[in-house]
Design a protein around this ligand. Structure first.
Ligand SMILES: O=C(O)CCC(=O)C(=O)O
Ligand SMILES: [Fe+2]
Length: 353
């Protein structure tokens, strides 16, 4: 029998150490609660990961409902025959969107292979900003749902970007103007499936990394995600919470804020306790700056007061993404050097604010 959502959340063991993520209320942020905005800013500076409670708020409830539909679609997609899924693997064409089979990426400098299937669905494709990529009928017939889900994410992202800009004493539109939904960008929905790992070789499923883009909206139902705590450097599980998304900041926010905001290291390992026998599905929406935006500090506000040598020129988002994506593909892997060449802000220590 397929476990209900409640059963999945409840099956997270009580006795594993978990990350102390604070819970931010979207409802309060939407209604301009100054104290909540301050909590959001603190969480974005200190850990760069927090729960966003989506309940009792129109935009939040739409996102939650959309995420349920997307989990269904995620599972159905992975039930397609492997030969069908492989038709949508465009990596040989240097393309990032589409299907990635297990083991097509490296997860460390030694060349260890990953243990997930991934399917990346481009925002530009679904919103007809770019030419549509071939996709299975299951995905094509769900284009309206995928489009609604992108819009639901965008509404929440707009609220978060605006709140962070206000906290940084920048004009409200500082970040939203770099992430216009109708402009070409690498924003995408990601479906992840990780099968249970054999007991004798449980290890990393998805390697340690920071996210490449701006803000990530993640839904987990069972454990497996871990963050590295800044103070102790220990890796701890993030417990999935009903009604909440897990939000994390990516490298672009570090660059834009000259290091005030934090893009924290994370990874995916085997789920804890009895969950280790379960297939893990995970749903992500990655927001990324428009392709032509430079990955550099913005002017003014608190950012203007940071005296760092943070580059003022910056790589374009397009080049940044290409370097980071390709450096993780098995066919480009040439040892520790190529691994390090694909690093983002995790390669440098973060400044303490
Ligand atoms: O599956 C997860 O919980 C996290 C996935 C992730 O970090 C990523 O895809 O960048
Ligand atoms: Fe990530």
């Amino acid at each position: 029998m397929i476990p209900s959502n409640e059963e999945l959340f409840a099956s997270f063991p009580a006795d594993v150490p978990t990350a102390p993520l604070v819970t931010i209320s979207l409802k309060k942020i939407v209604s301009d609660d100054v104290h909540e905005r301050e909590r959001l800013f603190e969480a974005s500076k200190s850990l760069g990961f927090f729960y966003l409670d989506l309940r009792e708020c129109t935009d939040g409830e739409s996102l939650l409902k959309g995420s349920d539909k997307m989990f269904d679609l995620n599972e159905k997609f992975y039930h397609l025959p492997i030969d069908e899924k492989r038709k949508y693997d465009f990596a040989a064409k240097g393309m990032y969107f589409g299907y990635k089979g297990i083991g097509a990426e490296v997860i460390d400098g030694k060349g260890t292979k990953d243990k997930n299937e991934i399917y990346n669905i481009s925002k530009d494709d679904i919103l007809s900003i770019s030419d549509p990529l071939p996709a299975p009928e299951l995905i094509n017939s769900n284009r309206p749902n995928l489009s609604s889900y992108i819009h639901a994410n965008n509404a929440v992202l707009t609220t978060l970007f605006t709140s962070l800009a206000t906290s940084l004493q920048l004009p409200d539109s500082t970040f939203t103007s770099l992430h216009r939904i109708g402009s070409p960008s690498g924003c995408h929905i990601r479906f992840i499936r990780t099968p249970p790992q054999p007991a004798n070789e449980r290890s990393l499923a998805l390697g340690e990394h920071t996210d490449f883009g701006s803000l990530t909206i993640l839904f987990n139902r069972i454990g497996g995600l871990q963050v590295r705590l800044p103070d102790t450097s220990s890796w701890v599980y993030v417990r999935p919470m009903p009604g909440c998304a897990i939000i994390n900041l990516g490298d672009a926010m570090v660059k834009f804020s000259a290091g005030i905001l934090r893009s924290n290291m994370h990874r995916v390992v085997a789920p804890p306790g009895a969950q280790e026998e379960m297939v893990r599905y995970s749903l992500v929406y990655f927001s990324r700056p428009e392709y032509d935006v430079k990955m550099k500090r913005v002017d003014g506000g608190l950012v203007g007061q940071v005296a760092t040598d943070a580059e003022t020129e910056g790589e374009s988002t397009r080049d940044w993404l290409k370097r980071r994506h390709q450096g993780r593909k098995v066919q480009f892997f040439k040892g520790a050097e190529s691994w390090e060449g694909a690093m983002g802000t995790e390669a440098k220590p973060q400044i303490a604010v």
